[in-house]
Design a binder for this molecule. Structure first.
Ligand SMILES: [Zn+2]
Length: 46
């Protein structure tokens, strides 16, 4: 399981629909809202 960096929920990598990359590392999100927050300012989120 991965941790959503925005809300700290666990996300299953196999079923995750919302993913993003930052500095070569992959992140998983529970919802599109979390992904949007991450994309807006990834440096603050990780
Ligand atoms: Zn989330």
């Amino acid at each position: 399981m991965a941790i959503d960096p925005i809300c700290k929920k666990t996300v299953d990598e196999k079923t995750a629909k919302f993913t993003g990359y930052y500095k070569g590392k992959k992140y998983y999100f529970c919802t599109t809202d979390c992904k949007k927050k991450f994309d807006a300012d990834p440096a603050k989120c990780v």
